[in-house]
Design a protein around this ligand. Structure first.
Ligand code: ADP
Length: 402
């Protein structure tokens, strides 16, 4: 069979993002977003090339949403049943201890994904709903789960272990899992490709700075540390998430501010980070406020950079030798001010950013360190959908031992 397209599905609690990807050429043939599933009025935006088709109306659940997406594909000339879809790749947020690689989905795998719901209660039921819907609508196409945690499944014990009562940790699966793994793997792979080297030869630091943000230390192609932990709350300061805090703040707020568990959880996940400090969570707006002399915005920026530099320093020590530092995701790919501040004053370690290269606007992978810099600094656009599509097709074509 010559089918080469992969349908990539990223299913959230009330939304489904999807792309029909050509894994060889790397292009998205079509893409779209289903929003407000389960609400009185849902919305679908479907893009094919330059053309965008929209649909409004109630979307009862994920299956109904996907069914409407399939109709839109057919209406715009791409009947998915006959378009040559070789696999459906699902982004699954948490792979727990079990999943360390893309996995062909069968009933047992789906049951295991359901079982992992407690580790990511917002995401896992939605991921499972997306899988169930796609299996129902494309029963003859292999479905593959690509886990956001998988790249970090092999973290060394010292990096993955929390220093809490070992029995409690074991009983409840409490350890550092890491997230954004698909992006960290894809971006570090691209860096090796651009340098014409085997990933095994390189020590890399990858800074995935989007709305969510995480850093990773990668030795010879294997992740040896990352900033996110049991959940995506740990580590760097993010758009709305606090990142690292003293864990005692949680209980302290419950006692002195009478906040219950959900309120504190909400505070730390949705009303903290850049937004909590400055009132805005988008770095474009933050930059404008800083330019205008807004004191809170400047503090937010400084706290963000301070945390980022702390981890860069930590990973330099962990790796011993650093060959490349790479910025990716919305902020990392676009914000030259953040990049310059993150690496300022590190010339003594062979790390610097060339001002003109850093400020040049571009959408392609590029080097922003000076010529012949000991550490090469990159900006590499991430593409999680393409990574998922490639992983899914690779597995379907070469399933390996089961
Ligand atoms: P997500 O984590 O939702 O996938 P992205 O990687 O798309 O996030 O990053 C989104 C963030 O990127 C936005 O919230 C914004 O802060 C930032 N961003 C996007 N474009 C720019 C830009 N041109 N300059 C600065 N920041 C930008």
């Amino acid at each position: 069979m010559t089918a080469t397209l992969v349908l990539v599905i990223n299913s959230g609690s009330s939304s489904i993002k999807y792309q029909l990807v050509d894994p060889v050429g790397g292009d998205a043939v079509a893409s779209g977003l289903v929003e407000r599933i389960g609400e009185p009025e849902g919305h679908i935006r479907h893009k094919v090339g330059e053309r965008t088709v929209e649909r409004r109306g109630r979307i009862a659940d994920h299956t109904e949403g996907l069914r409407q997406v399939f109709d839109l594909f057919a209406e715009t000339g791409q009947d998915l049943a006959s378009a040559g879809v070789g696999a459906v790749g699902h982004r699954v947020v948490h792979g727990g201890e079990e999943f360390n690689a893309p996995t062909l989905i069968d009933d047992d795998v789906l049951a295991e994904i359901h079982r992992l719901r407690e580790l990511a209660p917002l995401h896992m039921p939605a991921n499972a709903a997306g899988i169930e819907s796609a299996r129902e609508l494309l029963p003859d196409v292999p479905q593959v789960a690509v886990f956001d945690t998988a790249f970090f499944n092999g973290l060394p014990a010292a990096a993955r272990t929390y220093a809490i009562d070992a029995k409690v940790a074991r009983e409840h699966g409490i350890r550092r899992y890491g997230f954004h793994g698909t992006s960290h793997e894809f971006v570090s792979g691209r860096v090796a490709e651009i340098l014409g080297k085997d990933p095994a030869e390189l020590n890399q630091i990858v800074l995935h700075l989007g709305n969510g943000a995480s850093a990773s230390a990668i030795r010879g192609g294997r992740a040896v540390d990352t900033t996110m932990g049991l959940t995506p709350l740990e580590g760097l300061v993010m758009g709305t998430r606090s990142g690292d805090i003293d864990p005692a703040i949680f209980g302290y707020l419950q006692r002195v501010a009478s906040m219950d568990t959900d309120s504190v959880d909400d505070l730390l996940n949705r009303n903290s980070g850049i937004k909590g400090l400055s009132g805005v969570n988008d770095f474009r707006e933050l930059g404008e406020l800083v330019e205008l002399g807004d004191v809170a915005a400047k503090l937010a920026f400084d706290v963000y950079i301070h945390r980022l530099r702390r981890y860069i320093g930590a990973y330099m020590v962990e790796l011993g030798r650093v060959d490349t530092i790479t910025f990716t995701a919305g902020v990392g790919e676009n914000d030259a001010v953040v990049r310059a501040a993150a690496l300022a004053g590190l010339e003594g370690y062979g790390i610097s950013v060339d001002e003109a290269r850093n400020n040049a606007k571009s959408k392609v992978a590029r080097v922003i360190s000076p010529v012949a810099s000991p550490v090469i600094v990159f900006v590499v656009p991430t593409n999680e959908e393409l990574a998922i599509a490639r992983a899914a097709l690779r597995l379907v074509r070469n399933p390996g031992p089961s």
